[in-house]
Design a binder for this molecule. Structure first.
Ligand SMILES: [Zn+2]
Length: 249
């Protein structure tokens, strides 16, 4: 009776090899990507470094006052560093994985930068739009949350994966509730679609060894979400005609 079982197991292994994918690992271990997956992980974020730098400078040059300029810088720094750090980490994980502590350090940075990226993505909306009397506290609260997340990664990196997921979700969703209460609602639709991209991508983030190139697909969802959010920020906060009233700060 073990003959068909063995055969189906071998067929499984063969399919995996054809799909350029390794076996899934238990939750306490890290998945080992194949060479092709490593290359895809690097390429899918490296591609966005130049566009994110260019996009950031567009916002800088379209700024009309110091608040817009500051927000453009903060957002641009978050956006570009996400793709730069991610590309660096995946390159080190691919080519220098024998340097364990270096790789570990880059992996931590890769996770930390996500918190700052989320805070930076919200910053232009929170800084440039009129908010309610208590909603405006979210302007500094996002940075407190990002710092908390970063500190958490520093001390407990990879130890409680479910806790990390909760932190990212709180950080991602909580400020959105404040944004939803803005008197000026233009751009909300794009914000929600971008958020949906990130959420959908999380499915692939958790599918290493189950879906081939799962992590690279996650990267593409991140890039898509970031592109939609960039478009919304550019269109509704920076590219508006000057006669349209931008809110009091
Ligand atoms: Zn990655």
């Amino acid at each position: 009776t073990s003959q068909p079982l063995l055969l189906s197991f071998q067929v499984c292994l063969f399919i995996r090899a054809v799909l350029f994918m390794n076996n899934p690992v238990p939750p306490n271990k890290r998945y080992q990507p194949t060479e092709y997956e490593h290359a895809a992980n690097c390429a899918t974020h490296a591609l966005w470094i130049i566009p994110s730098l260019l996009g950031s400078s567009v916002l800088h040059f379209q700024s009309e006052d110091q608040w817009e300029r500051l927000s453009a810088w903060v957002y641009g720094a978050g956006l570009s560093s996400l793709f730069i750090i991610s590309t660096l980490f995946h390159t080190v994980a691919w080519k220098k994985s024998h340097l364990r502590s270096v790789e570990h350090c880059f992996h931590m940075c890769d996770r930390m930068v996500i918190y700052f990226f989320i805070a930076a993505s919200y910053a232009p909306w929170l800084n440039l739009r009129e908010l309610g009397p208590w909603a405006c506290h979210m302007r500094w609260l996002v940075w407190v949350m990002a710092s908390f997340g970063t500190t958490y990664v520093f001390f407990f990196h990879e130890r409680y994966k479910i806790m990390e997921l909760i932190c990212y979700t709180v950080m991602g969703v909580f400020p959105a509730l404040v944004i939803l209460s803005m008197p000026e609602q233009a751009g909300l639709c794009e914000l929600l679609v971008g958020g949906a991209c990130y959420s959908l991508g999380m499915v692939f983030f958790k599918s290493d060894g189950i879906v081939p190139f799962a992590h690279a697909i996650w990267h593409l969802f991140v890039a898509m979400g970031a592109a939609i959010h960039y478009y919304a920020i550019w269109k509704y906060l920076y590219a508006q005609p000057p006669n349209q009233i931008k809110t009091s700060r």
